[in-house]
Design a protein around this ligand. Structure first.
Ligand SMILES: C[S@@+](CC[C@H](N)C(=O)[O-])C[C@H]1O[C@@H](n2cnc3c(N)ncnc32)[C@H](O)[C@@H]1O
Length: 224
């Protein structure tokens, strides 16, 4: 199937296990696979009920080892959210990235972990769930744009980024804001359409407000 091209984003509707190995190498894979914890339905604290996002089932099982092997081959750098669920597929690493959600001891996690292939110190971002919810939520496990943007910065703003488990396209939205070329893959048509719209809107915003210069990485900061 031919992809949808939106500016510098190329988006594939389909199974990443088939599509990713057929693509040219990219600079970084930055992604958020299903963790296999059945998160397709999410508790909405405002209404205190269960919200069905309409695509039940995608998070019932973890993806298999083959797609992790393909992601490791597809780029020289990987950042993979939920890495703690995939330690049997991924080699030991020095760098973990943590999203601290600014909450303690709720039924939901205080933080989430991403496995990173970089031989660098581990880092964390503090970004509250309250702020994340203000962005709106069209996918049950939607990551905040600020968190994905931070990941891209941690990776040194790679020129070409691929997210093979794109969901609602948050990595692509963050990539648009930073002027990175983006390749996304998503299997569920409903989430694919949401991703197309969000990435197109993000690119329009960038046309109005040009890219910011890179933030200094810790290694570049001078300690007096
Ligand atoms: C954890 S969600 C990603 C959410 C995303 N980070 C966001 O902010 O919206 C994982 C996504 O991977 C998709 N998915 C699962 N298996 C897939 C496969 N084999 N190929 C492509 N997409 C897949 C699911 O439909 C789901 O939308």
């Amino acid at each position: 199937m031919s992809p949808v091209v939106i500016g510098n984003a190329t988006l594939y509707l389909g199974d990443c296990l088939e599509i990713l190995p057929a693509l040219s190498k990219v600079d970084a894979v930055i992604t958020d696979p299903p963790y296999g914890i059945n998160a397709a339905r999410t508790r909405n604290s405002a209404k205190d009920g269960w919200v069905d996002y309409g695509c039940d089932g995608w998070d019932k099982e973890r993806p298999g080892r083959e797609i992790f092997d393909a992601m490791l081959l597809a780029a020289k750098l990987q950042i993979i959210w939920g890495g703690n669920y995939f330690t049997d597929y991924l080699p030991p690493t020095r760098q973990w990235l943590s999203w601290d959600k600014g909450q303690d001891g709720f039924s939901l996690a205080d933080f989430e972990l991403a496995w990173s292939s970089q031989d660098k110190a581990s880092r964390r971002i503090h970004y509250t769930r309250r702020l994340a919810l203000k962005e709106g939520k069209e996918h049950p496990t939607q990551k905040p744009v600020a968190v994905m943007r931070w990941c891209i910065e941690q990776a040194g703003r790679p020129t070409v980024i691929c997210d093979p488990f794109m969901g609602s396209g948050t990595t692509g939205v963050a990539a648009a804001g930073l002027g990175c070329i983006f390749i996304g893959i998503e299997r569920e048509p409903k989430y694919f359409d949401i991703a197309c719209r969000r990435i197109e809107e993000a690119q329009k915003q960038v046309a109005l407000f040009p890219h910011e210069p890179p933030s200094p990485q810790p290694e570049q900061m001078v300690i007096a």
